[in-house]
Write a protein that binds this ligand. Structure first.
Ligand code: HEM
Ligand SMILES: *[C@@H]1O[C@H](CO)[C@@H](O)[C@H](O)[C@H]1NC(C)=O
Ligand SMILES: *[C@@H]1O[C@H](CO)[C@@H](O)[C@H](O)[C@H]1NC(C)=O
Ligand SMILES: *[C@@H]1O[C@H](CO)[C@@H](O)[C@H](O)[C@H]1NC(C)=O
Length: 494
């Protein structure tokens, strides 16, 4: 059969035709795939090129945009076990200079560690730049409009500003800290970061909504401790993880705040706390919804407890490691006590104002701690700087930590040396030292934080000594955290 060419031809014809068709279709498919692939490759290449070289009416600052989508985010969040600037920022300043471009979490970002430019930008709030927060952090305050932002600032200053501190908060703080430190000194060891969260939450909650939560079944401070623990944890939302507890606590706190608000709105009791003012203003301010008030109270509790507790924990560490600084600090506070007729009489505003070295110690802790690694802004229009252009809409990270840790600004920058502040010119330092930001948006809780820390140190150094019993490790990612806690044994001085 196979000898018959026709037959054989006929017999194989269908075969051939299918295989030919197969062949054709494969060719077709591969041409299509190839063509599409080519097209895709061209598109990806163009898109990558755009990713690497974003549109700009001028010359972009030097830098690299990293991998598509994630940009250079991983570099920034890799933890480093040191107080120094995150290697991500340090190596790029070395390579590109103090102003460079990058991409974080899919957004083009300009990082600036240029003293004069940062100072200039902070005087342009609302004109060239506007405040901007990462989505996760925006939730802390949930402030979308200018008027709500201004309102929050005004409210915070009215209740936690200098007037309030001098007229009523200082003695209350002293009492609360006095009681708390006595309780700590009766324990074998105290994890000072979480214990200070409890102290600051309980204190702030009293100013916000009096004792409305005193007999709640769950403690607000426990919820905040869970919350802070989970903030920098791996975002795995299954029961048992720190992240899961964090989300659960966030929900619980909001439920509790909403309960407090609901109860207060139904009651006729008049209390002189922050909530009273908020409820009063609900009639006149459009944005003051229940949701806004809940978020605002949550935000105030959160910012006040996390930042102050980190600073306090660092104070324990630095003072324990620098006995000569501790001696000088103790001398300043003993002198304040000796001047008083009665050693037990409360601290006055002028006592606080006389704590010169104490405020230098606090500055030094804030300089090294860099609780807030930088300030975030968004360009409202193209901004020219040193021949470069920052395109409208880009995020700007003012890396204040880079200035705090720059050896041209602060000699031997990684050394804890509060004495350096004696020789520093305040008007020069104003541009390179801004732990609370600067200008119109400066932290509304700056003076509250200073008074709290100074009062804390006053009682701590005059009445107690302390030693590390466990933990003490620092990690920056880029927010500073204490992975094993700071466990101190606190004993009364005799
Ligand atoms: C060591 C403690 C603290 C540090 C290092 C700190 C730092 C900061 C920083 C860097 C900013 C942003 C400034 C900017 O974007 O230009 C800020 C804003 C703010 N902080 Fe603090 N803060 C601390 C404690 C507090 C406390 C205790 C409160 C409340 C009682 C508070 C309330 C606020 C408010 C309301 C804003 C927003 C201000 C505005 O947008 O006008 N902070 N803080
Ligand atoms: C700021 O607070 C004061 C005192 O409560 C109030 O009189 C003033 O109207 C407030 N200003 C703004 C802009 O909210
Ligand atoms: C601090 O506590 C002690 C008791 O240990 C008490 O005698 C003193 O009056 C308290 N001081 C203040 C300012 O609360
Ligand atoms: C430190 O500041 C100097 C002068 O302002 C600047 O030239 C240098 O690049 C800065 N270094 C870092 C690491 O930020």
């Amino acid at each position: 059969m196979s000898s018959n060419p026709v037959h054989s031809l006929q017999s194989i014809e269908p075969q051939m035709s299918t295989s030919y068709l197969d062949f054709l279709s494969v060719v077709n498919m591969s041409t299509i795939v190839l063509c599409m692939g080519g097209l895709l490759a061209v598109l990806i290449a163009r898109w990558l090129k755009r990713w690497q070289n974003p549109k700009c009416n001028g010359v972009l600052p030097p830098g690299s945009m990293g991998l598509p989508f994630i940009g250079e985010t991983l570099g920034l969040i890799i933890p480093s076990a040191s107080l120094d600037l995150p290697p991500f920022i340090k190596t790029r300043i070395k390579k590109y200079g103090p102003i460079f471009r990058t991409n974080l979490a899919g957004r083009p970002v300009i990082v600036t560690a240029d003293r004069e430019f940062n100072h200039f930008l902070l005087r342009q709030d609302g004109k060239l730049v506007d405040t901007w927060s990462l989505d996760t952090f925006a939730e802390v305050f949930d402030q979308t409009t200018q008027s709500s932002r201004k309102y929050t600032r005004n409210l915070t200053l009215n209740h936690f500003g200098i007037e309030a501190l001098r007229e009523k908060l200082l003695p209350k703080m002293e009492n609360a800290i006095n009681d708390t430190l006595r309780a700590w000194s009766s324990q074998d060891s105290t994890e000072v970061k979480s214990a200070t969260i409890t102290l600051t939450i309980d204190f702030a909650a009293k100013q916000l909504f009096s004792g409305d939560l005193d007999d709640a079944p769950l403690k607000l401070s426990d919820m905040f401790n869970n919350l802070v623990d989970g903030l920098m944890s791996f975002p795995l939302n299954i029961p048992g993880t720190a992240h899961h507890r964090c989300l659960k606590s966030h929900k619980q706190v909001r439920e509790l705040m909403s309960e407090v608000l609901r109860k207060r709105r139904c009651s006729n009791e008049k209390r002189e706390d922050l909530l009273h003012y908020l409820i009063n203003d609900m009639d006149t301010e459009d944005f003051l919804s229940e949701g806004f008030i809940i978020q605002l109270m949550f935000g105030l509790l959160f910012v006040s407890s996390d930042s102050i507790s980190t600073t306090c924990a660092l104070a324990f560490k630095f003072l324990a490691e620098h006995p000569e600084v501790l001696d000088e600090l103790t001398a300043e506070h003993e002198a304040i006590l000796e001047k008083k007729e009665n050693m037990d009489s409360p601290l006055t505003w002028s006592d606080y104002k006389s704590m010169t070295f104490t405020l230098q110690v606090i500055n030094e802790i804030l300089r090294l701690g860099n609780i807030s690694p930088g300030l975030l802004r968004r360009a409202l229009q193209d901004i020219s700087i040193n021949g470069y252009t920052i395109p409208e809409g880009w995020v700007i990270l003012l890396a204040s930590a880079a200035l705090h840790l720059n050896s041209s600004e602060f000699e031997d920058p990684l050394t804890f040396n509060p004495g350096r502040w004696k020789d520093l010119n305040p008007s020069v330092v104003a541009k390179s030292f801004m732990p609370f930001g600067s200008g119109m948006k400066q932290c509304a809780g700056a003076e509250y934080s200073r008074v709290f820390l100074a009062t804390f140190l006053h009682i701590l150094v005059t009445k107690y000594r302390w030693e590390l019993v466990n933990g003490g490790k620092i990690v920056r990612a880029p927010i500073i955290r204490f992975p094993n806690g700071f466990h101190y044994k606190i004993t009364p001085k005799t």
